[in-house]
Write a protein of this length. Structure first.
Length: 180
């Protein structure tokens, strides 16, 4: 398992390889600072870097009050507003995205190999499967779309199901609340 700090983006003096090496070294300490983003099974340093960056940018978007309203727009299958589920965890939306989720590279899994999926999860699961090979800049949609995808998956992690609402409806609402 590779654990990477969300604030560990490479500076001009650091390469993504040195950041990844530090993350691997840190995993052996068995102590995870509260602000550490959790990434697992990432074989590509580039994919790990871009996912880390997208999560940090999604968290920045979620600091805006208008974006935070997305958690009041939807309910889980029991009828609980997602913002109430988030409150029970004692986290802000940004904290939930950065510290409450585990991102797993699922590039070789069937859902990533077929169709155009960028990520997936199950309602209520904090495990977010990322089709990381699609998120590396050469293959990826614009960064803003990846950030919105992270927010979309966070809604599912808080219990939002699909059909209804459709994935397109969820994405549209995320764009309305959190888009540029």
């Amino acid at each position: 398992m590779i654990l990477a700090d969300a604030a560990m983006a490479p500076t001009s003096a650091q390469s993504p390889d040195s950041v990844a090496a530090k993350a691997v070294q840190d995993q052996n300490t068995n102590v995870r600072p509260a602000n550490m983003l959790r990434l697992m099974r990432f074989r590509s340093v580039a994919a790990m870097f871009w996912v880390r960056r997208a999560v940090a940018d999604a968290a920045r978007r979620l600091q805006a009050p208008t974006c935070q309203l997305i958690f009041k727009d939807f309910t889980d299958r029991s009828g609980n507003v997602l913002s109430a589920n988030l409150s029970r965890l004692g986290m802000t939306p940004a904290e939930f995205v950065e510290r409450g989720l585990l991102f797993v590279d699922a590039s070789d899994e069937r859902p990533c190999l077929i169709g155009s999926r960028g990520a997936f999860t199950s309602p209520g699961s904090r495990l977010i499967f990322v089709c990381a090979s699609r998120l590396v800049p050469m293959n990826s949609p614009p960064r803003s779309q990846i950030e919105l995808l992270i927010i979309h998956e966070a809604l599912h992690a808080l219990g939002l199901g699909e059909n209804p609402p459709t994935s397109a409806r969820i994405t549209s609402q995320v764009f309305l609340r959190c888009g540029s």
